[in-house]
Design a protein around this ligand. Structure first.
Ligand SMILES: [Mn+2]
Length: 414
């Protein structure tokens, strides 16, 4: 760090005496986020981490006598070690009994479906891919000065039972699952799956409320034609979403659109319905802050809640090779993450992260990017204090019946 400051001062002030001055000048680090975040960390509680370590010893037994750190169990449980364990998203508790999701601020649910894909398939493995690499992360973010484990509650409800060869039955399953989570008050976080799931996800939330919903959609593709290959494929979610009575097309904001993969058919619909398209070039000219501001202004105009749809292919394909319709010229990761954070900061009623296709991925980089989008959104919701803000608008909760069962599965216990 000191080396780079010296270099910079050298290039600006070539005279020798100025160089000496610059070296002796003490920079005011307190103006940097780096300094502030270092101090903010001291104010974040640590009780959640304490709890997790105690829980690990209860679940995984105390460790061997030779191990000095007495918080290490015999069987790996929870966050550590990062390479071990049965992966849920971020090693959050598995809500095996989905009637309990209302106990958590947010619920992750996987939607392993790629039957809506029109080029290369593989997103049915998206939820597993994202969960696996999510083990790399701690729940703490230095710059945001946020620790998710300490400041929110999170569970992973596992995957929706999708029907591989039937888009419409799958849509019904997805809407049912999402409406269940939304009705519980927990924030639904969907991991796709191809982008066809956007429609049933929005439908699932929309049916739990009498209020209106806006959508911020990050993508290279417009995804708003009525049909593709005679079905409601991954090119169609916003046509059907904006047909819902409480999801106005004028509140659909599509950010990052461009390139050579936007069908003219979709553009015609966008024009007819007057959706709002901000191209990648528009974003580049306006910058991230202004783009986010504009997107929020249009999405929130006259509605009570905003849904976020993040297609991983909105990021330049050089960074996300593991996706169904890769396209060059997309967001840089820093831009995408900043935009997603800024949109989330106003509060969201749900989000989907779609189009991660692990079979085409390299070094899990696409799945990692997807994980990062989700954790940044959660961090932003926590930092802004807007986690759970949507709950008061869930005024038409649905009840989905469950079956009856007594006893234990695969067990000798009676
Ligand atoms: Mn796309």
């Amino acid at each position: 760090m000191f080396q780079s400051r010296t270099d910079r001062s050298r290039s600006h002030h070539p005279a020798d005496h100025r160089r000496t001055e610059a070296r002796h000048h003490h920079p005011d680090l307190t103006k940097l986020r780096g300094w502030k975040a270092m101090h903010d960390e001291a104010g974040i509680p640590g009780s959640g981490w304490e709890q997790e370590r105690k829980w690990a010893l209860r679940m995984g037994l105390t460790g061997a006598d030779s191990i000095e750190d007495k918080s290490i169990p015999t069987f790996a449980r929870g966050e550590l070690p990062h390479y071990a364990g049965i992966n849920t998203f971020l090693k959050a508790p598995y809500a095996e009994d989905v009637t309990e999701v209302g106990d958590y601020d947010a619920t992750v649910l996987g939607i392993p479906f790629d039957g809506g894909t029109t080029y290369r398939a593989g997103t049915r493995f998206g939820p597993q891919g994202v969960r696996k690499i999510s083990a790399l992360y701690t729940p703490y973010n230095y710059e945001m000065a946020v620790d998710l484990r300490e400041q929110m509650t999170l569970c992973d409800a596992g995957d929706v039972f999708t029907i591989p060869a039937n888009i419409e039955k799958t849509f019904d399953q997805i809407s049912r699952a999402v409406s269940h989570v939304a009705s519980s008050g927990s924030l639904p976080i969907m991991i796709g799956g191809d982008h066809s799931i956007g429609f049933p996800c929005v439908r699932g939330i929309a049916e739990c409320t009498s209020k209106k919903i806006g959508i911020v959609h990050f993508d290279r593709h417009a995804d708003i034609q009525e049909k593709d290959l005679d079905e409601r494929m991954h090119t169609t979610p916003w046509f059907h979403s904006t047909n819902l009575p409480n999801v106005p097309a004028k509140n659909l904001v599509q950010v990052g659109i461009g390139g050579w993969q936007v069908p003219r058919e979709a553009v015609k619909v966008a024009r007819e319905r007057e959706t709002n398209i901000i191209t990648m070039g528009d974003m580049e000219k306006m910058g991230v802050d202004r783009t986010a501001e504009m997107a929020l202004e249009m999405a929130w105009d006259g509605v009570d809640m905003v849904y976020m749809s993040f297609d991983i292919d909105s990021i330049d394909c050089g960074f996300v090779p593991g996706t169904g319709w890769p396209e060059p010229g997309g967001f840089l990761p820093r831009e995408a993450l900043a935009l997603a954070s800024k949109v989330a900061a106003e509060g969201i009623c749900g989000m989907e992260l779609v189009e991660v296709a692990p079979p085409y991925d390299q070094s899990e980089i696409t799945a990692l990017m997807g994980t990062r989008v989700i954790v940044d959104v959660l961090g932003s919701l926590v930092a802004s204090g807007n986690m759970g803000k949507h709950k008061r608008h869930i005024d038409k909760p649905v009840t989905i019946p469950h079956g009856e069962f007594e006893g234990k599965r695969w067990s000798n216990a009676t």
